[in-house]
Design a protein around this ligand. Structure first.
Ligand code: BG6
Length: 380
């Protein structure tokens, strides 16, 4: 039973499920937020099954997942560490199962899955349980092998996601991870004011995603320019690196074009040798003007864009509204609202989803059912 059957299995006039589900993200994020807020308006994870006493004792959080869900976990690492100061480790579920992970007392093992049936993720949860970790499943479906075997559950409310390429399940996973981090920080002593401020920022997300969706035609125009290329490099710093990975994965999944996500700061350690006019870059160059560390990262990223642009390499940049500097370094830009760093991933992934979708359509791909892929890998 899906948690929100409102989205139903028809395309509502969209040409593909993937585009419909990209456009359902404002409502999906809104529903996920409202499900994690109690009647007093505070963040509470009802029935999450982890007591405040256990949260207070937490010393480490492990996250294991597959595909797009693991990219959500990688972004969640930044959210949880910055809001709670608890160390977080993220792994491929298929690696976690076989590396005999060390699980210490007071450890929470989080398993993220849209379907709740991915065989590697369910197996990883069983390994963690056997080793004594408290287990939490973040899942889009209420009654699944993953949620049944976890100690606790945090549901996302993306509704039915039909397209094999995950989109709205990803942004609702990011939202759930942000709210989980805020909840843990409040239980461990952060002021209600700080957590309520985080909730206020999160509540603006649906409208901000709507404003990004208005850039769809710009994403189509950029897809027409970039669809000719045979390989891409996606770059992101800090919390934007998981989004670079996700943007690359989206393009690979639906258009079959090779793409690689890379930390922007790692370019000089190898990838720079590949860069020429035949290898376009997609760079996440957003910044939170109120955050000095974010501004510093942005300055480093813009100098990378300038340097690469001088080689004739085409650069597509995702930038924050009001950025007048980056458009001088590359004409190919997509703007997203200027939001706090920890919420940037939820907005900046949307243009990358649209870009991947339009490139795939231009190449005549089976967008909703890409070759060799399935919605959930239920056997090894
Ligand atoms: C793949 C899907 O099979 O499994 C991806 O094609 C998905 O879209 C991955 O991210 C993990 O699936 P789940 O259901 O565990 O999030």
């Amino acid at each position: 039973m899906n948690t929100n059957s409102k989205s139903g299995p028809d395309k509502n006039g969209f040409p593909h499920y993937m585009l419909k589900e990209i456009y359902e993200q404002p409502e999906a994020v809104r529903e996920t937020i409202e499900a994690c807020v109690n009647s007093a308006g505070h963040i509470a994870l009802p029935g999450s099954g982890i007591s405040d006493a256990e949260v207070k004792k937490l010393r480490k959080i492990d996250i294991a997942a597959s595909g797009t869900s693991r990219h959500a976990g990688l972004a969640g690492e930044f959210m949880i560490e910055r809001m709670t100061a608890i160390p977080v480790e993220v792994d491929f579920a298929s690696q976690y199962c076989y590396r005999d992970p060390i699980v210490e007392p007071h450890e929470l093992a989080v398993f993220i899955s849209q379907s709740g049936t991915t065989v590697d993720t369910v197996a990883a949860l069983h390994v963690a349980r056997k080793k004594g970790a408290k287990t939490l499943a973040i899942c889009n479906v209420a009654d699944t092998p993953l949620t049944r075997d976890a100690d606790a559950m945090l549901l996302t409310y993306a509704g039915i996601e039909t397209s094999i390429a995950a989109t709205k399940s990803f942004t609702t996973q990011l939202t759930a991870l942000f709210l989980l981090a805020a909840h843990i920080s409040r239980v461990r002593g952060s002021s209600n004011a700080a957590v309520d401020a985080a909730l206020r920022k999160a509540r603006r997300l649906p409208d901000e995603i709507e404003s990004v969706l208005k850039q769809d035609q710009q994403c189509l125009a950029l897809a027409r320019i970039f669809a000719q290329y045979e390989s891409f490099l996606f770059l992101g710093r800090d919390i934007d690196y998981p989004i670079a990975l996700e943007g690359a994965l989206k393009l690979k999944e639906v258009s079959y074009i090779h793409a690689e996500g890379y930390p922007t700061g790692e370019m000089k350690h190898g990838p720079s040798a590949m860069i020429d006019e035949s290898l376009p870059l997609v760079v996440l160059a957003t910044r939170d003007r109120s955050d000095p560390a974010s501004r510093l990262r942005y300055e480093k990223t813009i100098s990378t864009i300038r340097e690469i642009g001088e080689r004739g390499t085409p650069v597509l940049a995702v930038i924050s509204e009001g950025d007048t500097v980056t458009p001088k370094a590359t004409p190919h830009v997509i703007e997203v609202p200027d939001v706090p760093v920890l919420l940037q991933p939820i907005l900046e992934v949307v243009p990358l989803q649209l870009f991947a979708y339009h490139v795939a359509v231009l190449k005549g791909r089976d967008v909703d059912q890409p070759r060799h892929l399935s919605k959930s890998v239920v056997v090894e």
